[in-house]
Every structure is written in C-alpha cells, then in structure tokens.
Design a protein around this ligand. Structure first.
Ligand SMILES: NC(=O)c1ccc[n+]([C@@H]2O[C@H](COP(=O)([O-])OP(=O)(O)OC[C@H]3O[C@@H](n4cnc5c(N)ncnc54)[C@H](O)[C@@H]3O)[C@@H](O)[C@H]2O)c1
Ligand SMILES: Nc1nc(=O)c(N)c(NC[C@H](O)[C@H](O)[C@H](O)COP(=O)(O)O)[nH]1
Length: 218
C-alpha cells in the first residue's frame, strides 16, 4: 500500500551568504562534480518538484544528463498555469513525464494551453496549489520519494507546512549579496528560532571547495 506522504528531500546549492541566485537570475552555483551528484540523486527519486519562477528564470529540463539513469517525473507548481508554451518543460513533455499542478484560479485559456501538451494537469487548492493534497495524490500514484529543487518560495512552503523530511544543501564558495536577491528560504519566515524545524546533520561531503550538507528533520 502507498504511504500517505512521500519522503520529501529539499535540494539546493547556496552561496556562503545563503543566496540561490544573483540579482540577474544567475543560479548555477554547483560545480561539475556537484551536478553529477545531483543527477545521480535525480535518477533515484520518483519525482522532481519546482516552482513556476524557477521554470521562468532557469528554463530547466530537470532530467538526468550528467550520469546514466531514469528521468523522474517532473512536477511544476504553477497555480495559474502561467508557464510558457516555449519552456523546455512543455516542449519536452512528449518524451519526459510531466505534471503541472495548478489551483482553481487557473483561467480557461491557460488550461487549454497546458492541455495542448501531453502533460497531466492536477488541479488542487483554492488560490495557490495545495501542496499537502498534491503530495497525497502523488503518493497514490506510487511516487514515494520526491526531490524539491526550489526555488526559495516553494522551499518556504514545504518548511512552513512541515512537509519535508530531509535537506541536501551544497554550500558553494561564493558571496552574492543584495537586499533583494533570492535566499534558500523566502516567504515571511519564522519570528523565533524555536519555531524552526530541528535538523540533525547526517553527513558532510567535500567536493573540492564545495560542501554537500545532508540534514534530516528530527
Ligand atoms: N541555486 C539553487 O539551488 C536554485 C534552485 C532552484 C531555484 N533557484 C532560483 O530561485 C529563483 C526562483 O525562486 P522563487 O522563490 O522566485 O520562486 P519559486 O521557483 O519558488 O516559485 C514560486 C512560485 O510558485 C508558484 N506556486 C504554486 N503553488 C504555490 C504554493 N502553494 N505556494 C507558493 N508558491 C506557489 C507561485 O506562482 C510562486 O510565485 C530563480 O532565480 C532560480 O534560479 C536556485
Ligand atoms: N543543486 C543545485 N545546484 C545549482 O547550482 C542549481 N542551480 C540548482 N537548481 C535547481 C533548479 O531546479 C534548476 O532549475 C536546475 O538545476 C536546472 O536544471 P537542469 O540543469 O535544466 O536540468 N540546484
């Protein structure tokens, strides 16, 4: 029988000052060795989740390319169904299984746009995507391990709603700065440290000047 909630791993590469992107949207913080590690991890999970802004800014493929292995299902959280028909995600949806999770706020025209592609559209949530209900639906499809690859807004939602189990963070040897640049965790944030999830450092792996930190939620 499928679990009611999949095992959720939050994954990102951050600068020393905790940023995941520069002000112009440059977000490639991992090294080539770290991308190989990331792609090995991708090949072991059932699905990869990212937010709409990550699709708009990075135009990612979210496939396994730096190693051999199977592609996980790609799941995009896009409440209004705004991602472009020209995005690599939609353009490659014939070859790579893709789910677009939207909310009830999606317009008819955006739903029609998405339905032109061989993607599965899951409608859940009133305003934004109801992540808890989405995870249940994914679990019912036998998707037991999910990798959340950001960005900061989506990370906050998983943290605030206590919907993650593990974090794998690459600390990259860069300093990005900027009052308005995107951090690992966006949103309003917690007002007290006591409200933060408690994490146990399971392992540290050094890849030259990059550190891969693996935390488990206590
Ligand atoms: N360095 C890294 O590891 C890394 C990883 C991923 C993304 N990034 C960077 O992060 C930036 C994007 O991050 P971001 O915080 O702007 O956006 P995001 O990618 O987290 O997407 C946020 C959007 O998701 C949609 N959404 C759907 N359901 C939602 C829900 N329930 N709650 C909240 N939002 C929901 C909303 O439209 C929201 O605006 C990009 O610049 C990208 O390059 C970096
Ligand atoms: N671990 C990690 N290191 C990075 O340097 C980086 N930029 C991401 N970011 C995750 C995010 O989801 C990106 O959009 C994809 O990493 C791009 O994915 P593709 O290469 O197109 O498959 N993740």
């Amino acid at each position: 029988m499928a679990n009611s909630k999949p095992h959720v791993i939050l994954s990102a590469a951050i600068s020393i000052d905790g940023k995941i992107s520069t002000r112009s949207g440059d977000s490639k913080l991992s090294s080539s060795e770290d991308f190989i590690r990331l792609h090995k991890l991708r090949s072991k999970v059932d699905g990869i989740i990212v937010g709409k802004n990550t699709v708009i800014k990075d135009n990612p493929l979210l496939t396994v390319r730096h190693t051999k292995g199977k592609n996980p299902v790609r799941i995009i959280l896009d409440s209004k169904g705004n991602i472009s028909s020209k995005s690599k995600i939609l353009q490659t949806s014939k070859q790579i299984p893709t789910i677009i999770a939207v909310s009830k706020t999606i317009s008819k025209s955006n739903l029609q746009k998405l339905n032109k592609f061989p993607v599965e559209v899951i409608i859940t949530g009133e305003k934004s995507v109801n992540i808890k209900s989405l995870l249940k639906k994914l679990s019912a499809k036998d998707m037991n391990t999910l990798l959340v690859e950001g960005g900061g807004t989506i990370n906050w939602e998983f943290i605030k709603q206590n919907l993650f189990d593990e974090m794998i963070i690459t600390l990259s040897p860069y300093l990005i700065g900027g009052n308005n640049t995107i951090s690992l965790v966006q949103g309003i944030g917690f007002d007290k440290i006591s409200k933060s999830p408690h994490l146990r450092l399971k392992s540290i792996k050094r890849l030259k000047n990059h550190l891969v930190l693996n935390y488990l939620k206590v």
